[in-house]
Design a protein around this ligand. Structure first.
Ligand SMILES: [Zn+2]
Ligand SMILES: [Zn+2]
Length: 222
């Protein structure tokens, strides 16, 4: 799906970016060709052009992350915009002039526009989002960082009870004494059990799917 979007970007850039800047636009896209978050932003922006004028993305900046949803500030030549992004898609979150969407503010725990602006009062001081983010520092599925807990339900999380894959092992049934899970409250109860045992935080060396798993002890939280 990412490679499909990546291919489509070529055409979108041809129609959406001023001719003199197309090379610059493509260079940035190429830099992030293996990053689904960035590709989803490029795809969403260049396929819709929020202000309906030719424009060019000059930089991506990661502001917040919560429950696998990443909030980006996207700097373009003419303006700048907010996007909420996950592995599957990017959702438009308003331009900097009009302010970030209310639902986004709530989701990331900002009471109002003012408290958001207090935290991010100078975008030019932010470090640009790096293509290394996906490759080295975070869980490739839920984007938690090293040493942090996965989003509950992330397929990379290791079960503290059996060392299997938490979303696939049989512990939930054994713990709850049932043969199927039919409600959220059952899942909550299982989450409590896993917490009590000590959920296992993300450790790239042992949990990244591309890495060998042997010989690495997983870290456990309290
Ligand atoms: Zn994860
Ligand atoms: Zn288990």
């Amino acid at each position: 799906m990412i490679s499909q979007k990546f291919k489509e970007l070529d055409l979108f850039i041809e129609y959406g970016v001023p001719a003199a800047q197309q090379e610059q636009a493509r260079a940035l896209v190429d830099k992030f060709s293996h990053d689904p978050l960035a590709i989803n932003i490029f795809h969403s922006f260049y396929s819709t052009l929020p202000d309906a004028v030719e424009d060019c993305i000059e930089g991506l900046f990661l502001l917040e992350q919560h429950q696998g949803q990443m909030l980006f500030w996207v700097k373009t030549t003419l303006s700048s915009y907010f996007y909420m992004v996950n592995n599957d898609k990017a959702a438009y979150g308003g331009s900097q002039q009009e302010g970030i969407r209310e639902e986004f503010l709530q989701f990331y725990g900002f009471g109002d526009q003012e408290s958001f602006e207090k935290k991010f009062n100078n975008f030019s001081e932010l470090a640009p989002y790096s293509p290394d983010f996906i490759t080295s520092q975070v869980c490739p599925v839920c984007y938690c960082r090293e040493g942090e807990l996965h989003e509950f339900g992330c397929p990379v999380e290791v079960c503290p009870l059996c060392d299997g894959q938490l979303i696939n092992c049989n512990c939930r049934f054994e713990q709850l004494g049932v043969t199927e899970i039919t409600s959220d409250s059952q899942l909550d109860l299982f989450l409590q059990r896993a917490k009590k045992k000590g959920r296992i935080t993300y450790d790239a060396a042992s949990q990244r799917p591309a890495y060998p798993t042997a010989g690495n002890e997983s870290k456990k939280t309290q």
